[in-house]
Design a protein around this ligand. Structure first.
Ligand SMILES: [Zn+2]
Length: 226
């Protein structure tokens, strides 16, 4: 360590070095988030990868903020704080957005299973009020419909990515999650809208997949409208 007086610029640089905290080792894997990454599922894999990366980046920024807060020797500037906050905010939004696509729909717990859990909690000494509250959460209908539809959009997109012969109609019959015996034009319309939404997300996190999809299935309507 040198006792030499450092010029101002060096101090600034040192601070930047100190604030840049390395990502935690060993790196977290999708399985650490309860997600399985299947090589045969390019879209699902890309979304899971983006989710884990965004999460780790967010964790690193939080570490950064902690380091910044612990640097009492040099005052922290407002601009620096705002930059950290903006980064954290952006990444938190990404994590939230992606979590809606990577996690499968939650299945409501069967009644007997929920009762068993509630009993165990009761015996563990949890207050009856809290047990009742948890019991209700366990039994609650999941807000799973959108998540379920999202999984069907991912499946349809991946199916169409396999071949230009895989049409939207085929994808609808294979992946529509409406539950009806036969699918109608509304089903195809819904799937089309869902795939459009998925493409928007992918453009942000895995644009190469959208390019591949568009080259296989050029949007004729788009050309007509310019
Ligand atoms: Zn349908």
């Amino acid at each position: 360590m040198s006792s030499r007086r450092k010029p101002q610029g060096t101090i600034e640089r040192d601070r930047a070095e100190n604030a840049r905290v390395k990502a935690p080792e060993p790196r977290l894997q999708p399985s650490d988030f309860g997600l399985s990454n299947e090589a045969s599922r390019p879209v699902q894999s890309a979304l899971i990868r983006a989710f884990v990366e965004s999460f780790l980046e967010l964790a690193a920024i939080i570490e950064n903020a902690r380091a910044l807060a612990n640097q009492s020797a040099v005052p922290t500037h407002e601009a620096e704080v705002l930059r950290v906050l903006e980064d954290a905010n952006r990444l938190a939004e990404n994590v939230k957005e992606l979590s809606g696509w990577v996690y499968p729909p939650r299945i409501p717990m069967a009644f007997t299973e929920a009762v068993g859990k509630a009993d165990a909690l009761n015996q563990a000494g949890l207050e009856p009020d809290r047990v009742e509250q948890l019991f209700r959460i366990l039994r609650k209908r999941p807000v799973g419909a959108p998540a379920k539809r999202r999984q069907s959009f991912i499946g349809a997109f991946e199916f169409m990515l396999e071949s230009k012969k895989h049409s939207q109609g085929q994808a609808t019959r294979k992946f529509c999650s409406c539950g009806k015996q036969t699918h109608d034009p509304q089903c195809e319309h819904n799937l089309k809208a869902g795939v459009r939404g998925l493409k928007e997300i992918l453009r942000k996190y895995a644009p190469e997949l959208v390019n591949r999809y568009d080259s296989l299935h050029p949007d004729r309507a788009k050309k007509v409208n310019g």
